[in-house]
Design a protein around this ligand. Structure first.
Ligand code: BTN
Length: 321
């Protein structure tokens, strides 16, 4: 553990008590000057640390930021989020993740407080003002590329479960938008780097409107989205949500890798906003309309067409009509 993290950990353990620079220095085996320097750097990040000459330091408040030290504290995962790259602002966490994927460990996560060029599916923009959760997970699964789309459902189910544990009734619009009522609260973008028969890496980008300042969104987007804060009527703990999300994601990802995709599908169906609805599915190649009657073993949406017949789509944009 880095000295900085050790100092933070020690201050946390002291709860409401002061601890002296000397005690910190001795217990953690760092010089008093280094203790002071790290305290200053923590303050620079927004930690409020009170100090009284001759008495010592006391941690008073942690900043409302998705800092790796906060998320990593008590994170119960084996590999997801063990390495977190944190930025105040990025063009896009997924762009950054792809840039570093080759040299990154499986499960590395990129997080930003805001994005200047957040990307959505089908080349759309994902507006990313402060208060949201914007993260991308780098995965290196040993699976054929034609199974990668299933990871989108894995991420959707993990996120839906986290929200449902918070008392938010979010449903999944196929394949992986999370809606509260008809309004979008979360979007997921899965990108892959693959050859014919091998997957090099996958980047799963997840955007959640948590305490997002919705007024900063363009008027047209504002009509179609909501946030956790708006739904619950209170600000939410973004660090706790992110930690839970990484834990749930790992659980479902491992389930998927072990071959139990049916378990993911069961959960997906239980929380589906799409099954039983009339839908229009737009893909690069065609548009179909009809009633969504289910998803098959591969995660493809099954649509009974208005003109008769049944079609399946593995990917596309879904409109509830
Ligand atoms: C969609 O609904 O169209 C998908 C939106 C995905 C947004 C997330 S935010 C974190 C990651 N970085 C991006 O640029 N996009 C994804």
């Amino acid at each position: 553990m880095e000295p900085r993290e050790k100092i933070l950990g020690a201050l946390r353990e002291m709860h409401d008590e002061f601890t002296s620079g000397e005690e910190l220095s001795e217990a953690l085996d760092v010089s008093r000057t280094m203790v002071w320097k790290h305290i200053e750097s923590l303050r620079g990040e927004g930690y409020i640390i009170e100090s009284i000459t001759g008495t010592g330091y006391k941690l008073v408040a942690v900043p409302d930021l998705l800092l790796p030290a906060e998320i990593g504290k008590d994170l119960k995962t084996d590999f997801i989020g063990k390495q977190i790259h944190y930025f105040d602002e990025l063009d896009s966490t997924s762009l950054k993740a792809k840039e570093i994927a080759a040299e990154s460990a499986n499960g590395t996560v990129v997080i930003a407080e805001r994005q200047s060029e957040g990307r959505g599916r089908m080349g759309r923009e994902w507006h990313s003002p402060p208060g949201g959760i914007y993260l991308s997970i780098i995965l290196k699964p040993d699976i054929p590329p034609d199974l990668v789309h299933r990871l989108t459902l894995v991420a959707g189910v993990a996120t839906a479960e986290v929200l449902s544990e918070m008392g938010v009734a979010a449903e999944i619009k196929w394949p992986n938008d999370l809606l509260i009522g008809e309004k979008k609260v979360c979007g997921i973008l899965t990108e892959v780097d693959a050859e014919m028969d091998a997957t090099n890496y996958v980047v799963i980008g997840i955007g959640i409107n948590a305490n997002t300042e919705l007024d900063l969104l363009p008027a047209i987007t504002r009509l179609r989205v909501t946030s956790l804060e708006e739904d619950l009527g209170r600000r939410v703990d973004r660090v706790a949500i992110t930690r839970k999300l990484l834990e749930r994601f790992e659980e479902y990802y491992v389930t998927f890798l072990k071959g139990d995709f049916p378990r993911i599908l069961r959960y997906w169906r239980e929380h589906s906003a799409t099954i039983g609805r009339r839908v229009r599915i737009v893909t690069r190649w065609r548009t179909i309309e009809g009633e969504a009657v289910g998803i098959d073993h591969d995660g493809a949406l099954i649509v009974e067409l208005d003109g008769g017949g049944v079609e399946r789509e593995i990917t596309g944009t879904c409109f509830h009509i």
